[in-house]
Design a binder for this molecule. Structure first.
Ligand SMILES: *Cc1c(COP(=O)(O)O)cnc(C)c1O
Length: 385
């Protein structure tokens, strides 16, 4: 089976991890801060906080921005559940903004309309999380204008988008957001196995996330309530978690980061090749906004079901049976049973729901070969005919 995504691991990556294994510190050593500095430099952010997953980074970002009971957080329904769950972890309420039918990202006009309604109802969000779907940045300038007008914070869920650009600046520079969050799961652009990072230009947010990453414990005298009892002393000044990244993971990340430009370039080559191969098939692809350079985490195709005799499920099954590991990104989050039980229902976000009935992701990862792509499209062509 050709998977829809997978990691690319070199001998240098393996050696970097082995070196940490032979060193004194498997965790809480010097490699995590090195990886943080390297990512901060790469994206042009002042601060970076490495954690054990993208999900943890989202949680810490929400906490750092003070999200809590009585607050609302809005995100896209076309995302992984983690983009919404982070609000529930904080005791806040979640709502969604429907997607744009061409970019598959949060619709700016739907956001604007929903903000007008919420202002009247007194239910404006404290945080909005735009998700850069498939690696394509949302139109952050427009979202920032609305953030100023309506007074909400912005966390960019860039779990698909490290290596991408918006208005010629790297995703993660945070010019148009408070915090940007990355994931380093193996299917993402670079990997640390499990792992994530939050980047920001604001020192107080970085400090708060770093504190909560490790139990809410500080060793900084100036943050303590009184003078240290002795040289052994630390204080727990808040309720945090163990969300730390290990040095093994950071070493892998640091090594992977060196190849990020190459990874994204390869993904673009593969995308262009697919674009040529699908000409004439009854499928549409994600519209690539001119102001953004996608990291191309995914290659979603939208099937025109009116042009074929098979159902979407049959197309999916036939592709899988023939060794093409397609996948669906995403089941609209509000239709998950847990969210239905919170009060959401079919019909709430019709564009995302319609998208879900006909869109699947073709295999896309840096080690995919043109021969494999030929096979993918050959099978797809046969299935669609
Ligand atoms: C992968 C992903 C996450 C979660 O990242 P983990 O590292 O798996 O916890 C969150 N949001 C989006 C959009 C993702 O794709």
């Amino acid at each position: 089976m050709i998977p829809y995504g997978r990691q690319s691991i070199s001998e240098e990556d393996i050696q970097a991890v082995v070196n940490v294994l032979r060193s004194d510190y498997l965790t809480q050593g010097s490699v995590v801060p090195q990886f943080e500095q390297a990512v901060a430099d790469y994206v042009g952010a002042n601060y970076a906080v490495a954690v054990n997953s993208g999900t943890s980074a989202l949680h810490l970002a929400c906490l750092a921005l003070g999200l809590g009971k009585g607050d609302y957080l809005w995100t896209s329904p076309n995302t992984f559940v983690a983009s919404a769950n982070c609000a529930l972890y904080c005791g806040a309420q979640v709502d969604f903004v429907d997607i744009d039918p061409k970019t598959f990202n949060m619709s700016i006009s739907a956001l604007e309309y929903k903000l007008q309604q919420a202002e009247r109802a007194g239910t404006l969000p404290k945080i909005v999380i735009p998700v850069h779907f498939a690696g394509l940045s949302c139109d952050m300038k427009k979202i920032t204008r609305l953030a100023k007008q309506y007074g909400f914070y912005i966390i960019e869920d860039a779990c698909h988008a490290i290596g991408g650009k918006y208005l010629d600046k790297p995703v993660g520079h945070c010019q148009y957001s408070d915090i940007t969050v990355f994931s380093f799961h193996p299917v993402k652009i670079i990997t640390t196995a499990e792992g994530g990072m939050a980047v920001t230009q604001q020192q107080h947010l970085a400090e708060r996330m770093a504190l909560l990453r490790s139990h809410g414990i500080t060793r900084e005298t100036k943050k303590m309530t009184h003078e240290p009892d002795g040289p052994w002393y630390y204080q727990q000044i808040d309720l945090g978690f163990n969300y730390r990244m290990t040095d093994l993971q950071a070493a892998l990340g640091l090594s992977q980061l060196k190849k990020i430009g190459e990874f994204v370039r390869l993904r673009h080559d593969l995308k262009l090749y697919y674009d040529d191969l699908i000409v004439g098939l009854p499928v549409a692809t994600q519209y690539q906004s001119l102001n953004s350079f996608s990291a191309l985490h995914l290659y979603p195709i939208q099937i025109d079901l009116t042009q074929i005799t098979l159902s979407f499920t049959q197309v999916f099954e036939l592709l899988r049976e023939n060794g093409i590991g397609v996948n669906v990104h995403y089941i609209p989050v509000h239709l998950q049973p847990y969210y239905i039980q919170l009060g959401f229902k079919p019909g709430d976000f019709p564009v995302a729901e319609d998208y879900y009935t006909k869109t699947l992701s073709l295999p896309l990862y840096s080690e995919l070969s043109f021969e494999q792509q030929n096979l993918v499209i050959q099978v797809l062509t046969e299935v669609l005919q």
